[in-house]
Design a protein around this ligand. Sequence first.
Ligand code: AMP
Ligand code: MG
Length: 422
Amino acid sequence: MPDKNPPSLLSCDEFDPNALQVEQARNKILESIHPVDDVEQLPIREALNRVLADSIQSTIDVPSHTNSAMDGYAVSGTDIPTTGTKKLTITGTIMAGRPLDIHIATGECVRIMTGGKMPAGADTVIMQEHVQRDGAEKIMSISAEHKTGQNVRQAGEDLAKDDIVFQSGIRLTPADLGMLASMGIAEVPVFKRVKVIFFSTGDELCNVGQPLKDGQIYDSNRYTLYGMLRRLDVDFIDMGVIPDQRERVEEAFQQATAEADVLITTGGVSVGEADFVKETLEKMGHVGFWKIAMKPGRPLAFGHIGNCQFFGLPGNPVSAMVTFYQFVQPALLRMMGIKDVTPNYLYLRSETVLKKRAGRLEFQRGIISNINGETTVCSTGAQGSGILSSMSKANCFIELPAETEKIEAGEWVKVQPFAGMI
Ligand code: AMP
Ligand code: MG
């Protein structure tokens, strides 16, 4: 274990006793978030990815009738011989969706197809491959190795009538849409979409499609934000780049906060920025400028302007994405009505040595891969907060605790996979 520097020797940049811990900041944000309470009724296809506003109870058994899980023969378990074989007379054929109103007596069976409704008197299906047919005769014989009840799906074995199938506050997945359809439910109540407005600030920013002037860079944050918001399935408006001019900034804040539930900006919240961004925020609303003990990603402005929740993210492209994933995304999920918004973690061995300075929790960008059957994680390489390619190469964050300085190859690390982050 390498020696750790005592805090007094750390640079101010790494150790700030006034900085908020990540978990603390996330909890503070979540505590002040109010979920949207407007509800709309939607056809189930349109409800994909939306959040249920009420619980769903099944009014039927699924499946609604006991049926065959195989193509074969429906028999009574009492006709399975204990030794040798037994001949049964075939009295009919049952196809899926075409039930037969017959009763299977001792010594009888029916041919039945997968999904066919089990006839009265039968409780077992023998796969067609496991019987002997006597030519064209309506006779087949079964052996002793079969078990009563096999290859039969019981009515209600998936969902029973009156079951609470879904609680409110869950996000509907493709499987959930199928479940709703299997219960015959055509429409569900969901929370209305959260409306987000975002813009970038900075005189150096140039829009894609325009030639770059000297000293300019292309605005990439509005595109990462677009992607992250689209995946979350919120309603959003991109207001473009707002130049560092007092009136334009004020105007943009006024318009955005009148229209949206949430305003997200990038840039302009760090020390030494054009003062009127802060000035405007302080004049118009209740916004705090937080130093968070994390890298990359501080500072973060958080608060509200009227009824509009405000997040001012750092301008550096990686910092903007990291702060979005760690703070804005859980907040938006909570606003959408989702109860469980905690990120998913797993622990993996690091393939390589990872280094950092003690003092701040770090979200390094990593690649989870599977080599010779073992799933491990490695760094994407250079970790600067302006190196957006590190996010593009990555499929996870490697979360390294504040006090850590070095992870040896083979050590376990905490990993937040991107897939499943929403
Ligand atoms: P700021 O937070 O405004 O001080 O910006 C920090 C750094 O991020 C500066 O190098 C900016 O040029 C850069 N930056 C700010 N906004 C954007 C953006 N929308 N797209 C790409 N880089 C940006
Ligand atoms: Mg700026």
